[in-house]
Write a protein that binds this ligand. Structure first.
Ligand SMILES: Nc1ncnc2c1ncn2[C@@H]1O[C@H](COP(=O)(O)OP(=O)(O)OP(=O)(O)O)[C@@H](O)[C@H]1O
Ligand SMILES: [Mg+2]
Length: 372
């Protein structure tokens, strides 16, 4: 059986479509990775759909457009790397999350990026819809990466992994009752505040946050938000941490730089709390996701946790590629009929087989037909 699987996703930060090619022959070797920025106008349409009433047709249209964005990214990676189509077993397509509400009366999680389009255009088996099998078993449908983090980094003793994307999620390595959960906002509030006040998509290296002292009273009010102290399993959606949510906590005349410093502190403090309560023996915190590039945040994590805080790069895994690698692995698990989720992390009654399998059309994919 070919050993190469692709993992494709665009995260909640709506920054890029990422694709990894991973060879699982005797480990998990990243053989290629590509990241394509998401057009600002497309990202804004997604945000609009998440926050405003919108026609159903817009949802259907974005599902189709993201299907093509993912297919474009997969095909470009295959071509750039001259990967032989026959060597690729499947694509693990996470898609783009629009909504994640596992605690609603009728729990749901919605990802777009039509897998039929990816299967048709690439000619590859495509595994998608990774979250809902877990939700159907009473789980949060998130986080899905603790099992893979253990696969990659389980040899490390006394360590935990935190992925700091739009939301931050912790994986506890080694044994213990809690395997992982979402800790709260990762970059999403800092990004939104940055866009409002500095018209930039993110606070480069956390320089703006580092320029001011956090507002301790504001931080205390934010930390009192009950979900932060709720026990796991728990997961969050970036739509829970929008600027309207933050505005309700702000006093008139708040200094924007001090608010940014407070938001960085909120991310660092909620991760620190999670580590203290559920990975107390950890001496190392491995960090992946875009938050690793926020130097100020990394310094605050070091100071607050008191443990060694380092990038997954130090373990040979580039921090911006871990999530894409995870979905390649989850596709492999699905085709092997093996679970890739730790039920204790999501709260499901059992470990589900994650993902629906979309088979490619029987004929050759477009563009490969014999002419003449
Ligand atoms: N140089 C940098 N300085 C500060 N922050 C950065 C830098 N580069 C990236 N980031 C942050 O990382 C974010 C992107 O991270 P990432 O791609 O891991 O998140 P994501 O796409 O939301 O993924 P997911 O939600 O699936 O974990 C950016 O929105 C930004 O906040
Ligand atoms: Mg991203």
């Amino acid at each position: 059986m070919p050993a190469i699987y692709l993992g494709a996703l665009s995260g909640t930060s709506l920054d890029s479509v990422d694709v990894a090619a991973v060879d699982f022959d005797g480990g998990a070797t990243l053989i290629a990775f590509a990241s394509r920025p998401i057009d600002r106008a497309v990202a804004q349409r997604v945000t609009h759909l998440q926050t405003q009433p919108a026609p159903l047709a817009e949802l259907a249209r974005l599902d189709c457009e993201f299907g093509h964005l993912f297919a474009d990214a997969v095909l470009a990676l295959i071509e750039d790397q001259s990967l032989a189509a026959g060597a690729i077993e499947a694509v693990g397509l996470h898609g783009q999350t629009l909504l994640h509400r596992p605690d609603d009366a009728c729990p749901c999680s919605v990802q777009i990026g039509d897998p039929n389009i990816v299967a048709a255009r690439t000619g590859l088996t495509t595994v998608a819809d990774f979250r809902r099998a877990d939700i159907a078993l009473g789980g949060q449908g998130a986080p899905l990466t603790p099992a893979f983090h253990r696969e990659l980094f389980g040899h490390l003793e006394r360590a935990a992994v935190v992925n700091i994307g739009g939301i931050a999620n912790l994986s506890v390595l080694g044994g213990g009752e809690v395997a992982g959960f979402d800790t709260g906002p990762g970059n999403c509030l800092m990004d939104a505040w940055m866009m409002r006040h500095q018209q930039q998509p993110y606070d480069d290296e956390g320089r703006w946050a580092a320029s001011a002292a956090p507002d301790r009273e504001l931080l205390a009010r934010l930390l009192a938000h009950p979900p932060f102290s709720a026990p796991p399993p728990k997961s969050f959606c970036t739509s829970q941490f929008h600027l309207g949510w933050l505005d309700d906590y702000l006093m008139d005349g708040a200094d924007p730089a001090a608010v940014q410093a407070t938001l960085a502190e909120l991310t660092a403090a909620t991760i620190t709390d999670a580590l203290r309560h559920h990975a107390a023996g950890a001496e190392t915190l491995l960090v992946c996701g875009g938050g690793v590039h926020n130097r100020h945040l990394m310094q605050r994590l070091s100071a607050l946790t008191g443990v060694r805080v380092r990038s997954t790069d130090t373990e040979g895994v580039p921090p911006d590629r871990v999530e894409a690698l995870a979905f390649a692995w989850l596709a492999r698990q699905r085709l092997a009929r093996a679970s890739g989720v730790i039920a204790a992390a999501t709260g499901a009654t059992q470990a589900a087989l994650l993902g629906g399998v979309y088979l490619p059309p029987p004929g050759p994919p477009p563009g490969t037909e014999q002419k003449g």
